[in-house]
Design a protein around this ligand. Structure first.
Ligand SMILES: NC(=O)c1ccc[n+]([C@@H]2O[C@H](COP(=O)([O-])OP(=O)(O)OC[C@H]3O[C@@H](n4cnc5c(N)ncnc54)[C@H](O)[C@@H]3O)[C@@H](O)[C@H]2O)c1
Length: 335
């Protein structure tokens, strides 16, 4: 594909990061869509997009043959319906995380994505956070030996963020926000076979679900994991992540300018810690769009396709079920 990609962006709040990602890549921002006219105007003026390219109904993207790609950043409950409608119309779709909130919806998303030729990517943005990219590289190169334990967390205070759709019990904090930590762990060490979780509800009076959850996980032979999700925590946003290997340990997060690496000498004794500088870019929308555009232009597999996004949600659903039932749960990856 030699021509410039023509992009329509849906959802003008967090979705403005998709406008910037596509713009920075060099794509043409052809349409901006939001069913709230005030939000639409704000974004349109901010990015200098003429008013005749502002739309309030995403169906106008479906009927516009010139659009190649649509980005979807609207409440989680609508991801599957809107993405499937766009895919069926032949548009490539970059949709925000989480892929979906229910088992039924993840199955639908995988099925429709399999049936359609257009590409689908779920925006698991932590895979483009510089510190996490570095951690993944250190693990893949064997620098810290074999990983035997990985922990990550999603600690984010929703006290002011918790609007109506985030308070929906289907949008449990483990699925809506915790999917970041779960996806990061899956990306680095693979799919957990079993999870066991506890939850508490002490901080967010406006929700009916647990606002803190801890889950332990069993991976393959000799690998364990842990995820902590707190959507009411009294601290700044972080996804502190520690990866323990047989030859070293990585400590990193998404909001610090440095990460820490411990390595060992030939006798296995720990050497002084190393500090690695990293760029802080917690929402690397430019890289995310670039990776998706590369898959479209060069017809490559998509990094986080529907199945990959579905697996992350399957783990989150298993965590929620385990905390409710008090029993270990095996995530169902059969879709
Ligand atoms: N990757 C991340 O770190 C990250 C961060 C924040 C939000 N998100 C995700 O982005 C999505 C949007 O979150 P947000 O914080 O922007 O939500 P928001 O509620 O603040 O904004 C959603 C916007 O979408 C518009 N909208 C809703 N339904 C629409 C429809 N059918 N058609 C057109 N416009 C519609 C609303 O008017 C609003 O402007 C969610 O899926 C959320 O989980 C991801």
């Amino acid at each position: 594909m030699d021509k410039k990609l023509k992009v329509a962006n849906i959802g003008m709040k967090f979705g403005m990061s998709h406008v910037e990602g596509a713009r920075d890549f060099g794509a043409e921002i052809a349409l901006l869509c939001d069913n709230n006219e005030e939000n639409l105007r704000f974004a349109g003026e901010r990015y200098g997009i003429p008013e005749d390219r502002w739309i309030t109904d995403y169906n106008d993207i479906i009927t516009n043959e010139s659009i190649d790609v649509a980005t979807v950043a609207i409440p989680d409950q609508q991801h599957v319906k809107v993405s499937c409608d766009l895919l069926r119309a032949g548009k490539h779709v970059l949709c925000e995380k989480p892929l979906a909130l229910t088992r039924e919806d993840i199955e639908e998303m995988v099925r429709v994505s399999d049936e359609c030729e257009a590409k689908f990517m779920v925006g698991q943005i932590c895979r483009f956070t510089p510190a996490f990219e570095k951690a993944k590289e250190l693990v893949s190169s064997g620098t810290i030996g074999d990983v035997y334990f990985i922990e990550s967390e999603y600690a984010h205070d929703y006290m002011k963020l918790c609007d109506e759709w985030r308070a929906d019990p289907a949008r449990h904090g483990v699925i809506g926000g915790g999917c970041h930590a779960v996806d990061l762990i899956r990306w680095i060490v693979g799919d957990p076979q079993e999870v066991f979780a506890y939850g508490t509800h002490m901080l967010l009076p406006m929700v009916s679900y647990d606002d803190a959850t801890i889950a332990v996980m069993k991976f393959g032979e000799n690998v364990m994991g842990k995820v902590f999700v707190s959507t009411g925590c009294k601290r700044g946003y972080t996804m502190r992540t520690v990866i323990y290997g047989t030859k070293g340990t990585i400590i990193c997060d998404n909001t610090s300018p440095t990460m820490t690496l411990f390595l060992t000498d030939e006798e296995g004794v720990v050497l002084p810690e190393q500090t690695i500088d990293v760029v802080v870019n917690n929402h690397n929308a430019a890289k995310e769009f670039e990776v998706f555009a590369d898959a479209i232009i060069n017809d490559k597999p998509v990094m986080t396709d529907a199945r990959e996004g579905a697996k992350t949600v399957a783990v989150c659903l298993a965590i929620v079920e385990s905390a409710k039932t008090g029993k270990p749960v095996k995530p169902d990856y059969n879709f």
